[in-house]
Design a protein around this ligand. Structure first.
Ligand SMILES: *Cc1c(COP(=O)(O)O)cnc(C)c1O
Length: 415
């Protein structure tokens, strides 16, 4: 299948023309955006879908307020981890019964890493990448600490993988898209290499789910984790999801054996018997009000063609990279489309105040220590013209030196 391609615009007029014929333009009405804001942080916290407030209100007022405990059956509450997982599945190339919604990314990774180590009893090393999102590394440290001889080895770069893939390695955990640089890894090729070495592969999809087409099945992936509040717009701190390949579902044992992973939670037995299938990876019931946000946003995602999202995303990131280069900036995101996710990172020693000054102009990006300005591109609610204008604003902030103002140099708790 040939990927849809979009010609990268080279003027504001061309951006306006592209917006006028953009096949995804109608999706913008599905989101409630602050007036005048150009939101380039959907990779961190996705914007509010227009249908979410009503779904949350109905869940609170009707399901909780009126139907109370009967809602578990009446509104299918007990099924949500499964039914919502099945609705996420097509976005990551999984089948029904292969994805469940539960817990946070960190907790899900804890469960899957432990399960993976148990599946490879003679091997006790977990390989990760030093610059990965720290929680993934902290969890690897925590899990390996529970196994005798367990160790977590951090590669300086994924390029060093082969040198470390010996027969002590039980499992490799990597992010498909790097949270800082936006670098995209070749999921099929790396998974195959890890399998050839006799190890298992866990992918973290936090910065790729909803940003590009993913095919866990075709890539023969063992396990994956992802979050729903970034590109998927489920709302602040909405629960994560996890994927387990069918071949592991009946044999893998996860350690957080809570009642929702039991074969019959409502039999209230005193011993644990795992559910069959993906259900055994549940621990507790996920927060129901947060699931209302996920229910609403997945109604939008059901209508989305991820190939079109990818084509627009690549054109937007390329446009922004070109504009940044024209400003003489140091872009650290890979230029090759097949190595790029949906965000652009720019290195600048004063990145923090520059981003603050941009936010005051209505262009909302973020900053990642020590020196990266990070801009996420979400094709369902951004236009090419906004991308052009954002780069223009960046140029003006830098040229005017307005970022030097004291108010831009005071750091909040979250950058
Ligand atoms: C956002 C993100 C997380 C979030 O972890 P939580 O435990 O859900 O808070 C984890 N890993 C990566 C790579 C992320 O980008």
């Amino acid at each position: 299948m040939s990927e849809p391609r979009v010609q990268v615009p080279s003027s504001r007029e061309q951006c306006l023309a592209l917006d006028a014929t953009d096949p995804l333009a109608a999706f913008r009405a599905e989101y409630l955006l602050p007036e005048g804001a150009v939101y380039l942080d959907g990779n961190s916290l996705g914007v509010l879908p227009a249908r979410t407030p009503e779904t949350v209100r109905r869940t609170v007022e009707q399901e909780w307020g009126q139907d109370l405990i009967t809602s578990w059956n009446k509104h299918g509450w007990t099924e949500f981890p499964y039914t919502l997982g099945d609705r996420i599945a097509p976005l990551v190339g999984a089948g029904p019964g292969e994805v469940v919604v539960c817990d946070s990314v960190s907790v899900n990774l804890f469960k899957l890493l432990t399960a993976a180590l148990r599946l490879r009893p003679g091997r006790r090393t977990v390989l990760g990448e030093r610059d990965s999102f720290p929680t993934d590394l902290y969890i690897a440290e925590g899990v390996t600490g529970l196994f005798e001889g367990g160790r977590s080895v951090l590669l300086p770069s994924v390029d060093d993988l082969d040198a470390h893939l010996d027969d002590s390695v039980a499992v490799v955990v990597l992010s498909q898209v790097d949270y800082r640089t936006g670098r995209l890894l070749d999921m099929a090729e790396i998974t195959a290499r890890v399998h050839r070495a006799g190890a298992l592969m866990i992918w973290d999809l936090c910065h790729s789910a909803g940003a590009l087409p993913i095919d866990l099945t075709a890539c023969d992936v063992d396990f994956a984790v992802g979050c729903t509040y970034k590109y998927l717009n489920a709302g602040p701190c909405a629960p994560g999801f996890l994927y387990v390949a069918p071949r592991h579902q009946e044999v893998a044992e996860q350690p957080l054996t809570g009642w929702f992973g039991h074969a019959e939670p409502f039999a209230f037995e005193s011993g644990y018997r795992p559910a069959s299938g993906i259900g055994r990876f549940l621990t507790s019931f996920p927060p129901l009000l947060a699931l209302a946000g996920l229910r609403a946003t997945l109604e939008v995602w059901e209508k989305v063609d991820l190939e079109l999202v990818r084509a627009k995303s690549l054109a937007m990131t390329e446009l922004f990279i070109e504009r940044c280069r024209a400003l003489g900036l140091d872009v650290v995101t890979p230029a090759e489309p097949e190595r790029r996710g949906s965000q652009v990172a720019v290195r600048h020693p004063d990145g923090y105040p520059v981003v603050q000054a941009l936010i005051e102009r209505g262009v909302i990006g973020d900053f990642r220590a020590p020196d990266l300005m990070r801009f996420g591109f979400t094709p369902l609610y951004l236009s090419y013209t906004e991308v052009w204008d954002a780069a223009q604003a960046l140029g003006e902030v830098l040229a005017s030196g307005e970022w030097r103002a004291e108010r831009f140099n005071v750091r909040g708790a979250v950058t």
